[in-house]
Ligand binder design. Structure first.
Ligand code: HEM
Length: 534
């Protein structure tokens, strides 16, 4: 009986659907039409949901995060200072946060244990980059910074870390660092009593060191000075644009429209940078043709790289494009990072006169007031090292590192992290975590005296140079250059802000963190013998 009535009901329903679907609208009942539409939609959703559930069975959940708007996600809510905005989101949602940025998924990592999972436990999985459109324009993604993890990246990194920026090579080119730092001291002495734009001076110093290491023999005299000023302009333009959220990255289909005009804006400085590097390489090749190769005696990195290219005996040969990309990495990656760090350090020290006194006292004991600082002194200056560490804790040059990207689906902090997303490890926020650091916002170098923290990236409470395979390739050079410069500036001068001006330590986010308002300070010579400033 039940079977017959069920079958009759089914036949009845079936014929209703059929009459509706076949548009046989004779006597259509609006109610059943609506009913079957809803049931149909519900069935589709239900099957889809069951399918996704069965596929995701056993998979960890997605990280929590703000809901965002349809299509654009959280893009309209991004704030200019991404590092502090991301830290705020972490306070609301936890150490692993999901942030939908247009069609791209961003993952924010803001705890030492989650950072360890990304940079150590799953180092290889996360060793890729999500290359921004602007980064592609700069080097075609073929340099160390943007190259995916693989043989090409390994070859470039080996050349850079083991040959060009190794301690042994850096020792060989100390005279270049010394010459540039002494020149800066001489300039500051000649204008003593007047305000100095510290960041600008230190940028030129570092840039001259880096470029003399790279191609020192080629560009000399006035050309070198004007090249320095031009480089500063184009490099700060490039790093500024690299740090801006670009709609073309979040909606690749819209990339050709360049809606914010960022690609157009970065085009000019990139063209100029490429033009300068091309010209320098051409001049060198011409000189080698005319005078003959100087292979054998180490002259500079360009000579070394051209030699490597000619040898071409490895499986991953060095090409001219690689050489250009490496030179650009050194110039762009090495200059602003170091000079901004020196500027932040000096600003913090000026803000704390007792720290300046303590550092100068240490310098007097180790160097004396009748000699100049040499790089060999820096290993004997523990308080100065503590000052550098504390400055990089509060103001890490790359506050979100260079974003990493996983090569496969994986999990972090118990959450599912999909392949290809953009992972921001917020070193800046971790360095200010009150559960790790006492009075985290206070500049207090003492916390690093006799401490276990170093720059090796083995402790995930403190990693200003990153950690793991993608750790900074120029760490050895940065450490020497920043310490040597700070030691020399504090040994040679007393520093104060100009009368009537206030020291402003506000930061401005960019791929490289900077002071919002450049540090302008007045140096007063503190060594009695003027010969020590020549
Ligand atoms: C105070 C100065 C510096 C700081 C704080 C710093 C910090 C960093 C950080 C945090 C990263 C990213 C690590 C990651 O993604 O996990 C990085 C990458 C890099 N840095 Fe530095 N850096 C500095 C100076 C330099 C210098 C002087 C050079 C070269 C002359 C340099 C060359 C590079 C390169 C090539 C990479 C990319 C490494 C890769 O992707 O394999 N950096 N740096």
């Amino acid at each position: 009986m039940t079977l017959i009535s069920t079958s009759l009901r089914f036949d009845y329903s079936y014929s209703k659907i059929w009459s509706w679907l076949s548009k046989n609208t004779n006597g259509i009942d609006d109610f059943s039409r609506l009913f079957f539409t809803i049931v149909g939609i519900f069935a589709v959703f239900w099957y889809t949901w069951m399918y996704i559930r069965s596929k995701n069975k056993g998979k960890p959940p997605s990280p929590p995060g703000p809901r965002g708007l349809p299509l654009v996600g959280s893009l309209p809510f991004l704030q200019p200072d991404l590092h502090s905005y991301f830290a705020e989101l972490a306070r609301t949602y936890g150490p692993v946060v999901k942030l939908q940025l247009g069609s791209k998924l961003g993952i924010l990592v803001t705890s030492p244990s989650a950072a360890r999972e990304v940079l150590k436990d799953q180092d290889i999985v996360f060793a890729n980059r999500d290359v921004p459109v602007a980064g592609m324009l700069l080097t075609g993604g073929r340099d160390i910074v943007w190259n995916p993890y693989g043989p090409e990246w390994r070859m470039l990194r080996k050349v850079c870390v083991l040959k060009m920026l190794s301690n042994a090579t850096l020792d060989k080119v100390y005279s270049l660092r010394r010459r540039e730092v002494r020149e800066t001291v001489g300039y500051m002495h000649s204008t003593a009593g007047s305000p100095v734009n510290v960041g600008e001076q230190m940028f030129l110093t570092i840039l001259n060191v880096v470029t003399s290491m790279l191609w020192g023999g080629t560009v000399e005299g006035d050309a070198r000075a004007s090249l320095g000023a031009e480089f500063r302009h184009v490099i700060s333009e490039v790093t500024e644009i690299l740090g801006l959220p670009n709609i073309s990255d979040f909606f690749p289909v819209l990339a050709p429209l360049d809606l914010q005009g960022l690609i157009k804006r970065i085009g000019k400085p990139v063209e100029r940078l490429n033009g300068i590097v091309d010209k320098i390489i051409d001049q060198r090749l011409k000189a080698e043709r005319e005078i003959g190769s100087t292979a054998g005696n180490f002259k500079d990195f360009l000579q070394f790289l051209l030699q490597l290219k000619d040898e071409e005996d490895s499986k991953t040969p060095m090409t001219m494009n690689h050489i250009k990309a490496l030179l650009l990495d050194m110039v762009v990656g090495g200059s602003e990072t170091s000079s901004n760090s020196i500027e932040f350090t000096l600003a913090e020290v000026i803000n704390k006169p007792e720290v300046m006194r303590k550092a100068q006292q240490e310098l007097e004991e180790v160097v004396g007031k009748d000699k100049i600082v040499e790089e060999t002194h820096i290993h004997k200056l523990p308080y100065l090292l503590a000052i550098m560490k504390e400055s990089l804790r509060l103001h890490p040059a790359l506050p979100l590192l260079v974003p990493h990207s996983p090569s496969e689906d994986c999990s972090v902090g118990g959450y599912c992290i999909p392949k290809g997303c953009r992972v921001f490890v917020n070193a800046w926020a971790i360095h200010r975590d009150p559960s790790v650091w006492e009075n985290p916002l206070e500049f207090n170098p003492d916390r690093f005296l006799n401490s276990k923290w170093d720059f090796s990236g083995s402790d995930f409470n403190y990693f200003p140079f990153g950690s793991g395979r993608r750790i900074c390739a120029g760490m050895a050079m940065a450490e020497r250059m920043v310490l040597y410069s700070i030691a020399t500036l504090l040994h040679s001068f007393d520093w104060k802000v100009p009368e009537g001006m206030k020291l402003d330590l506000t930061e401005k986010f960019g791929i490289v963190l900077k002071l919002k308002n450049p540090l302008v300070a007045v140096p007063t010579p503190r060594l009695s013998n003027t010969a020590l400033y020549e």
